[in-house]
Ligand binder design. Structure first.
Ligand code: UD1
Ligand code: UDP
Length: 380
């Protein structure tokens, strides 16, 4: 099929007009802003025409607007305003809205990142319109299909025409799943581009002062996975472990709105367990860069702590990011009180290296590939 196959507004089918190489960049949830920012900037720097879409999966100012301000992101050209809902509701609302965006803007390529519902929904809408899809952070696998993200990753990867991987395991999984080698590009980690760009400025803000703690003498906590938060017994074990740790090390816990919406009574602050609203990127990064330890179940924070050399306890039985263990500072810990306390007290020597290509230059590599292949990327 020719390169010039375009979407027709009235029918929803593609027509054969020529058009500029319009590239659609998509964000929806907190980690997307951080992963996409350097790619959006690099596309702009090279003068590539772009339509920037925010699905509105995350919408609170502290989960969305703050990242636009701090990372210098432009206002989105399209805001779908999908909000929260069940998986099917949210995914379907993004698909419906994003299909209209595709009709309107006729992008030549859609770039999605990560593994959230918006990632899958936009990839699916685009693929059904025969618009090529690029997936940033492709190939990660936890091999745990109880995680909604694992389903999003697998389906998005199999819809994508360009797959940008952050670590060797990602490329390996894609090859094993039969994806053609020429579609797979190991480029490094764009989330770490953002970190390297902002870490000095973030630490210079000395965000720990607002919490009355000294640098390198506190821990930082985040939790939002359904596997840790939804089951009251598991959530209670974790809360008890945090309370006990905080007796010897003050903990700062910027709490995700999802966590607060479940078993709220468990998450009571004390003077040494500071439960606060979600933080902006710069304050969070500044805090992370001077933490003694981070306790989390976040995907991205496993990677950021590895890049910073800060010890990280990940309260999960598996990780889709194994390079953070082999080449980083991450440790998996069962989400049980005794296991968390044992891991907290056990000193570990971490390797003195960071993962390959986590050098702050992933976005230029991604855009190099896009510029090279875009003229030859045919609609299916
Ligand atoms: C989503 C992603 C998860 C990612 C996380 C990053 C999916 C399936 N999950 O999880 O992979 O790690 O984002 O933070 O896509 N809420 C608010 N305000 C907001 C956004 C959410 O109050 O701005 C609350 C609502 O109660 C909502 C709940 O959080 O129902 C969950 O939001 P949702 O986007 O569905 O999933 P997350 O848990 O945020
Ligand atoms: N983050 C932030 N403020 C917070 C907590 C996290 O800016 O209060 C950043 C963090 O530095 C990382 C990203 O949000 O860049 C991770 O998002 P999250 O943990 O919500 O999602 P996941 O990575 O698990 O998908």
């Amino acid at each position: 099929m020719s390169l010039n196959r375009r979407v027709n507004f009235s029918t929803g089918f593609l027509s054969e007009e020529s058009a500029a190489y319009m590239i659609c960049t998509v964000v929806g949830a907190r980690p997307n802003f951080i992963k996409m920012a350097p790619i959006i900037m690099e596309l702009s720097r090279r003068g590539l025409p772009q339509v920037f879409v925010h699905t509105g999966q995350h919408y609170d100012a502290r989960m969305s607007a703050v990242f636009f301000d701090e990372l210098g992101l432009p206002q989105p050209d399209v805001y779908l305003g999908v909000g929260s809902g069940t998986h099917a509701e949210q995914t379907a609302r993004v698909m419906l809205g994003f299909e209209q965006t595709c009709f309107q803007y006729q992008p030549r390529l859609v770039i999605v990142a990560g593994d959230v519902n918006s990632t899958l929904a936009c990839a699916l809408s685009a693929a059904k319109l025969n618009i090529p899809v690029a997936h940033v952070e492709a190939g990660l696998r936890s091999n745990d299909r109880t995680m909604p993200e694992e389903i999003n990753r697998i389906v998005t990867d199999h819809l994508a025409d360009l797959l940008f991987t952050t670590e060797p395991s990602g490329s390996e999984h894609l090859r094993q799943e039969g994806i053609a080698a020429e579609k797979i590009h190991f480029v490094g980690n764009s989330m770490i581009d953002t970190l390297r760009q902002h870490v000095d400025r973030a630490a210079a803000r000395r965000p720990w002062e607002a919490f009355g703690v000294q640098p390198d003498a506190y821990g930082l906590v985040t939790l939002h996975r359904p596997s840790n938060i939804d089951d009251p017994a598991t959530a209670r074990e974790i809360a008890e472990a945090l309370r006990e740790i905080s007796v010897s090390l003050p903990l700062i816990f910027p709490i995700h709105p999802r966590t607060l919406s479940k078993n709220r009574e468990l998450w009571n602050a004390t003077s040494s367990l500071r439960i606060v609203e979600p933080l902006g990127y710069l304050d969070f990064l500044g805090l992370m860069s001077h933490s003694k330890i981070v306790i989390t179940d976040s995907g991205g924070i496993q990677e950021e702590t590895t890049a910073l050399g800060i010890p990280c306890l990940t309260l999960r039985y598996n990780t889709e990011r194994p390079v953070t263990i082999t080449d980083g500072t991450n440790r998996l810990v069962a989400p049980r009180k005794d296991a968390v306390l044992r891991a907290f007290h056990a000193p570990v020597k971490h390797p003195d290296r960071t993962p390959e290509l986590w050098d702050g230059c992933a976005a230029p590599r991604i855009v190099d590939v896009i510029e090279t292949v875009l003229p030859s990327l045919s609609n299916h």
